[in-house]
Write a protein that binds this ligand. Structure first.
Ligand SMILES: [Fe+2]
Length: 187
């Protein structure tokens, strides 16, 4: 189930807030400039759907978001334990970083957790199938796909050359619970 957990950045053990109510999640996240929406597929999506079928199924909300947020492209990424280099991929996204454009992801299947570092707090958003999350440019954040990654997302880009990130150098991610069945803190 999708959920939002809010921590003080100085205390990863006692959350200030936890909710799985999509309307409350959207309201809390909107307050800090984060877009959270639930989307429905216009047509049923078979498990074997390729990238074009995924993009076709969500063509209406994809078009709406691209127009509203000036994204020029969208693609589909699928990550599983069998994905080449999956361990280094997880480690890369676990480092807190920023982007010079909004990071928008729609979860078609599976799940993962975004951690947004704002206002001396960490907002942990577990996203599952049907969730759209958009993090504004310049916002420190990290992403954990978990120890057994399994997700498919639509990624949106404002420029054709795609994903690039700037590490903040902050090791805060290591102090917060990882995503997955084993959510033990690192230290
Ligand atoms: Fe990112």
């Amino acid at each position: 189930m999708s959920d939002l957990t809010v921590y003080l950045e100085s205390d990863a053990r006692r959350p200030e807030l936890r909710t799985a109510d999509p309307a409350l999640m959207a309201a809390h996240l909107a307050h800090i400039g984060i877009l959270f929406e639930r989307w429905n597929a216009d047509t049923p999506l078979p498990a074997s759907a390729d990238a074009n079928a995924v993009l076709d199924a969500y063509a209406v909300p994809i078009g709406r978001l691209k127009d509203a947020r000036r994204f020029c492209t969208a693609d589909v990424v699928r990550v599983t334990l069998q994905t080449e280099g999956v361990a280094s991929l997880r480690a890369k996204f676990l480092n807190e970083h920023t982007h010079d454009e909004d990071e928008a992801r729609f979860f078609v299947e599976g799940a993962g957790a975004f951690y947004i570092h704002l206002d001396n707090r960490v907002f942990r958003v577990v996203c599952e199938a049907g969730d759209l999350l958009s993090i504004p440019a310049g916002t420190p954040h990290w992403f954990d796909m978990g120890a057994t990654p399994c997700f498919t997302t639509i990624r949106f880009f404002g420029r054709p050359d795609g994903w690039s990130a700037t590490p903040t150098g902050d090791t805060i991610a290591a102090r917060f619970p990882f995503f997955g069945p084993d959510t033990a803190q690192a230290a």
